[in-house]
Design a protein around this ligand. Structure first.
Ligand SMILES: Nc1ncnc2c1ncn2[C@@H]1O[C@H](COP(=O)(O)OP(=O)(O)OP(=O)(O)O)[C@@H](O)[C@H]1O
Ligand SMILES: [Mg+2]
Length: 245
């Protein structure tokens, strides 16, 4: 029998990832593989390290320990990162879309450098070519978020990371952003999405990952995790989210 080395095939491969802020241990030995074309949805309570995990995946946050391989390139090995120049090259492979209210003022200089000129082709893709010359201030929040997605797509990334892209949108605007993400998924884009939109997770995710207490407490196909979770913390978390929705 041949064993498949998922690490070789993975678009993103994470081993034994440790990240702390001072005394606050946020990631305590995370292992994770994302295969090409997979859509991973990450859920979990506030403060469980979901954003920190995503930021580690494109080198915006540097862990103290662990290995990260992205698109066959080593980002971090035994806790040692790539030189900054190579990190920047690698970031072009990994597009990132942030929480809407983080869009401009809260971005670090580094994050703003990830901003690429928006190409018409990608604007067309998200249904906004008529808005190419519009000032951002004249767009709805949903349209702004679609621009943010096209900005990340303009780099032709191999992987897209989404950090709660719809969390600050009015309910009627959530759908248009999710629609663009569904289209990307159906085109085979590899995606890691932090979201509490359970309908999206159920419909689009290949794997749902539950984070809590510094690590992954459970992962599996959406119907299993969302319908019959094994872990008590997952159950509590889903109850809280579903009561809110
Ligand atoms: N730059 C930072 N400096 C210090 N502490 C940080 C920093 N970024 C995150 N943290 C801490 O790390 C922990 C995890 O934060 P993180 O933002 O990754 O959680 P999260 O799961 O994304 O939460 P949320 O659902 O609220 O977005 C929190 O305790 C947070 O206060
Ligand atoms: Mg977060």
């Amino acid at each position: 029998m041949t064993t498949i080395d998922t690490r070789q095939q993975a678009q993103i491969s994470i081993r034994d990832l440790h990240k702390r802020f001072g005394d606050n241990i946020v990631l305590n030995g995370v292992d994770f593989d994302v295969l090409p074309g997979q859509v991973i949805v990450i859920i979990g309570p506030s403060g469980s390290g979901k954003s920190t995990f995503l930021r580690c995946c494109n080198g915006l946050e540097m862990p103290e320990r662990g290995d990260i391989t992205v698109c066959g390139k080593t980002l971090l090995r035994h806790g040692k990162p790539l030189p900054e120049k190579q990190l920047n090259a690698l970031r072009q492979d990994v597009g990132m879309v942030f929480q809407p209210f983080n869009l401009f003022p809260h971005l670090t200089v580094m994050e703003n450098l990830c901003v690429a000129p928006v190409m018409l082709r990608v604007l067309e893709k998200v249904g906004l070519s008529s808005k190419a010359k519009a000032m951002p201030g004249s767009l709805s929040v949903g349209q702004k978020q679609r621009v943010a997605i096209s900005r990340a797509l303009a780099m032709s990334p191999s992987v897209m990371l989404f950090d709660e892209p719809t969390s600050a949108l009015d309910p009627e605007l959530v759908g248009e952003v999710l629609q663009v993400m569904k289209m990307l998924a159906s085109e085979g884009m590899t995606m890691i999405v932090v979201t509490h939109e359970m309908g999206f997770a159920r419909e689009v995710a290949d794997i749902v990952v539950v984070m809590d207490g510094g690590g992954i407490v459970e992962s599996g196909p959406p119907e299993q995790i969302l319908t019959s979770p094994k872990n008590e913390r997952t159950r509590q978390f889903l109850n809280a989210v579903l009561t809110r929705q």
